[in-house]
Structure formats: structure tokens, C-alpha cells
Ligand binder design. Structure first.
Ligand SMILES: C[S@@+](CC[C@H](N)C(=O)[O-])C[C@H]1O[C@@H](n2cnc3c(N)ncnc32)[C@H](O)[C@@H]1O
Length: 250
């Protein structure tokens, strides 16, 4: 049976996060997320931020250094404990164990919500509930910084895998067969649920994540690639997540 993305999965992953997960904070080639956090902090002097699904707290100290007050939440106890320990020298962070799918979020909406690779659960119903929680935590006039896995990026990895096999002289049919490691069902493929290290993970098309925010009272400000090197030192062939910057109208 495959691994499924629930709370105990995230507790286990959080024990050895750096090895298990591609950390956005540590691998963001151009520092795109950091730059947007800094720009957003400047726009809200004395503002409050939230790290929704903070994981082991890679971004939380940065938020604490740029915003007046920070609310950090996750449903993984292991992740939260690590976040607390990373933030021990900061006095402006509050921590909450919250399931974004099920629980009411126990703090007021904030000026800046950071939500990095949290809306990735394969279940549409759960994802929509978590998305509603994320939307509700952005104050009127506040900014959402949302990062999600890119379907286009996964497709480009597939394209490059085939290309390099063809260049090595393999026949098309063989190159295709050997490049498909995907065991997704047709329904998963249509829903953008691809396997990431054997775990069913929602991926988004650019237009899809843009519509998602525009459908919920947000004005889209920018969509950016958060790029990662596939091979160390290679800045040409990159993989990427989508980052959407959006402002809440009401
Ligand atoms: C890929 S990690 C990203 C962590 C962090 N945002 C970062 O970028 O380093 C996804 C995080 O989302 C959390 N998460 C997933 N589903 C959640 C839920 N329903 N409620 C709260 N947190 C959730 C997991 O526990 C995990 O820490």
C-alpha cells in the first residue's frame, strides 16, 4: 500500500524533514519567496503574519524578523515542536496545533498569510476545506503568498527524461515506457494528483491556481516560479513551484 498524506505521515516526515522533502526555503534558487515576504512586510508596517502549515518552521523565523507578530500553525506536533525550537529567540511568535481541514483557526485574520506547499492533499473535499481556512485568515486588504506544486514543472521533467533517452539512441516507444514511472489513475491525472516520491500529491496548472485565488475575492498581483536546481549548479534545467501573490478585496 502507498503512503498516504495524513497527520502521522507528516509527523514522520517532520522527524527528518530535510531529507524527506524538498525544502522550499533551502532550495529556492533565486530567493523568490524570501523577497516577496520582505516586500509584503514593507507594505504593512507593524503588520501581522501567519505561517499556515509551518512544518518544521523553515520560514517562521524570517516572518518573525520582518513582521510585528506571527501566528504559526500546523497539525503535526513534531513539526510544531521544531518550529518552536527554531523560534526560541523570538518573542513575537505564537504557536497553534490546528488541522486546517477540520478546526476553526484560533486567531484573527492577518495582513500576510504565507502558505507553502500545504494545499497539496489529494482529496478535493479536504483541499477545499483547507483552502477556505487559508482564505479566511487573510484580512481585508491583506496579502496571500501561496506556493503550490506545479503540474507544468512535472510535465517538463517528463519531457526532459524522454528527450535524453532519445538522444541516447533509444526508440520512441522504449523512451516513453521507461520514462513513465507514474502509477496514477486517469482520475488522479485529470485532477493533477501526481506521485511525488510515491505519495499522491496535488499539482496545479498556473491558470488553475490563478483562477482559484481570483474566485475567492482576491486580486491577483503576480504569479512567479519558485525555481529549484535539478542538478546541483545547473541553473538552466530547473523544476519549480508556483507562487501566487494576491490581495484580498473584502
Ligand atoms: C510540505 S510541508 C511544508 C511546510 C512548510 N510550509 C515549509 O515550506 O517548510 C506541508 C506541511 O503542511 C502541514 N499540513 C498538511 N495538512 C495539514 C492540515 N490539514 N492542517 C494543518 N497542517 C497541515 C503538514 O503537517 C506539513 O508540515
Amino acid at each position: 500500500m502507498g503512503k498516504s498524506m495524513n497527520r502521522s505521515y507528516w509527523d514522520r516526515v517532520s522527524e527528518d524533514y530535510q531529507r524527506e522533502i524538498l525544502s522550499v526555503f533551502d532550495n529556492d534558487l533565486h530567493g523568490t519567496v524570501e523577497e516577496k515576504i520582505a516586500a509584503t512586510a514593507l507594505a504593512y508596517p507593524g503588520g501581522r503574519a501567519a505561517d499556515l502549515g509551518c512544518g518544521i518552521g523553515r520560514f517562521t523565523p524570517l516572518l518573525a524578523d520582518t513582521f510585528e507578530a506571527v501566528e504559526a500553525c500546523d497539525y503535526s506536533k513534531v513539526g510544531l515542536k521544531k518550529t518552536k525550537s527554531r523560534c526560541r529567540s523570538r518573542r513575537n511568535v505564537a504557536f497553534y496545533e490546528v488541522d486546517l481541514v477540520r478546526d476553526a483557526v484560533p486567531f484573527e485574520p492577518v495582513d500576510c498569510v504565507l502558505c507553502v506547499n500545504v494545499l497539496i492533499m489529494p482529496s478535493l473535499g479536504k483541499r477545499l476545506r483547507a483552502w477556505r481556512s487559508v482564505v479566511n485568515q487573510v484580512a481585508t486588504g491583506g496579502t496571500l503568498l501561496l506556493v503550490v506544486p506545479s503540474y507544468e514543472s512535472a510535465q517538463m521533467e517528463f519531457y526532459r527524461a524522454i528527450k535524453s533517452r532519445l538522444e541516447r539512441g533509444e526508440k520512441s516507444a522504449v523512451a516513453i515506457r521507461k520514462s513513465i514511472d507514474e502509477r496514477a489513475t486517469v482520475s488522479d491525472m485529470r485532477m493533477g494528483v501526481l506521485q511525488l516520491d510515491g505519495v499522491r500529491t496535488k499539482h496545479y496548472f498556473r491558470d488553475e491556481v490563478e483562477s482559484m485565488v481570483e474566485d475567492r475575492e482576491f486580486e491577483l498581483r503576480a504569479t512567479l516560479k519558485v525555481e529549484y536546481a535539478i542538478e546541483p549548479g545547473d541553473k538552466e534545467a530547473t523544476s519549480w513551484d508556483w507562487m501566487v501573490v494576491a490581495r484580498r478585496r473584502k
